[in-house]
Design a protein. Structure first.
Length: 468
């Protein structure tokens, strides 16, 4: 295996391109987190009962979000590879099939969310909350098709290295959610108070408005001209859709595995008492907030690697991947430093309870320790996604999270008596194994050029000639 000796000028160029692409994506992810915060704040001011119903319903809805986003993650690398290959005129065909896939997945998620009774029973929701949880889910389920179509549009735009629209419409949705949620939940302008049901209606409405606005923008803006997005009507083409599913379905499983690990950890920790639960929630919220930075960078790395694959540029793949991972480590150094040096201060921003602050500070320190492994695993996964390599990474994450992280956490937490700290040490173990294996996978793929098998090939049927 050859050593990687980067040229300074090319490193500077790659880092600059990645940062310019990543900043809007990071802000878009922060806006997504902001919508959860708005729902929680509005619900909390209505009452503890509504807050509880929305919290449970949002947890179930998040599983649908993960599935939808995971499948539609196939769009950015597919578009980026075509763009890198200079075949923008073929992007329209991919996008039309992605819309069919988005509609099917959206309808399936709509049905699943509306029939989540068995999952509600599994979670053990108290009878007093069940009715409002079901009303929340019934309302928000109508936003599922809009969500998947919105991420098809985002995937198109980000695959073309146009990330600002994602940021713009994410913050636009955030700005709409505040007044709409307030009116519906509290009952203003002659509308009776809707509580948790109103929260679901507001979120679903905002999703449709975001999707519609993004669609109009894409169809009208000059940056998307020449892509032939809606040049003609196409029925679903199974081979092209299966190619998208080949990349996207494993990503959905990967995200569910990671999200499921944290959900299961929270459920296990919930048996340890109210103070422990509160401390865990504080630390998890801090970790999730900081995670938006490497997640946005990983999305940018996917596009940069995909562009290089489309060009058939072997050194470009390595520069995009390794520079992106190095950049992620730099941001994680800042996150880790803050968590390791200011854990008590960070905890006091969430609560004034001394017992909660003391335990939360310990968990925040542990969160600081896994910043580097968390950054490497998400960045390496983003690079592999740019190569359209998702099946082996899916197996790696399943093994790392559920074969290592959960058993180690359970053993340390309950057999060794470390409680919540032990469970978080299990998270460190799982993320560390995932980071090592995913980085090794990308290193070998980049040097052995396995990615060439996933390069864009000539279309099966004649396509419209590229515009002059």
């Amino acid at each position: 295996m050859k050593p990687f000796r980067p040229e300074r000028a090319r490193v500077r160029h790659e880092i600059g391109a990645t940062v310019r692409l990543a900043i809007p994506l990071v802000l878009a992810q922060l806006a997504a987190v902001g919508s959860n915060v708005i729902d929680a704040v509005l619900s909390g001011h209505v009452g503890a009962h509504v807050l509880g119903a929305v919290a449970v319903g949002a947890s179930i809805w998040s599983l649908a979000i993960v599935c939808g986003i995971g499948v539609m993650m196939a769009v950015p690398p597919s578009v980026a590879q075509l763009d890198g290959a200079g075949r923008r005129f073929d992007v329209g065909g991919v996008f039309r099939q992605a819309l069919w896939l988005a509609l099917v997945v959206g309808v399936l998620l709509w049905f699943a969310v509306r029939h989540a009774g068995p999952l509600i029973d599994l979670i053990g929701v108290t009878p007093s909350l069940r009715h409002d949880v079901e009303r929340f889910l019934a309302a928000i389920s109508w936003g599922a098709p809009a969500l998947t179509c919105y991420f098809a549009l985002r995937g198109l735009s980000e695959g073309l290295s146009l990330a600002r629209p994602s940021m713009m419409f994410s913050f636009g949705g955030l700005a709409l959610l505040v007044p709409l949620g307030y009116v519906l939940m509290f009952g203003k302008l002659g509308i009776p108070p809707q509580g948790a049901h109103g929260c679901g209606i507001a979120t679903a409405t905002v999703l449709w408005l975001e999707m519609t606005g993004f669609a109009v923008y894409v169809l009208k803006h000059r940056n998307y001209r020449g892509l032939n997005l809606l040049e003609r009507f196409e029925w679903p083409h199974w081979r092209r859709i299966s190619a998208l599913l080949h990349v996207g379905a494993p990503m959905a499983v990967t995200l569910l595995a990671e999200g499921g690990l944290f959900v299961a950890t929270a459920l296990i920790i919930s048996t340890l008492g109210e103070d422990v639960i509160a401390s865990h929630q504080v630390a998890l919220n801090v970790a999730a907030l900081f995670f938006m930075i490497p997640l946005g960078l990983a999305m940018a790395i996917t596009v940069r690697v995909g562009n290089a694959v489309g060009r058939g540029d072997a050194s470009g793949v390595r520069y995009a991947g390794f520079c992106g991972i190095a950049l992620t480590l730099a941001t994680q150094l800042v996150s880790a430093t803050l968590m390791l040096t200011l854990p008590h201060f960070i905890a006091t921003l969430y609560t004034h309870d001394r017992r909660v602050i003391a335990l939360a500070a310990q968990l925040i320190v542990l969160a600081g320790l896994f910043q580097f492994s968390d950054g490497i695993q998400v960045a390496a996964n983003g690079a592999l996604r740019g190569l359209k390599d998702t099946r082996v990474p899916m197996a790696i994450t399943l093994f790392a999270y559920w074969g290592v992280g959960m058993p180690v956490g359970w053993w340390l937490g309950f057999h060794c008596g470390l409680g919540a700290r032990g469970m978080w040490m299990g998270l460190i173990a799982g993320l560390s194994v995932a980071a090592a294996m995913l980085f090794t996978r990308f290193w070998r793929s980049a040097w052995r050029e396995r990615w060439r098998r996933h390069m864009p090939v000539a279309p099966e049927a004649p396509t419209q000639a590229a515009p002059a």
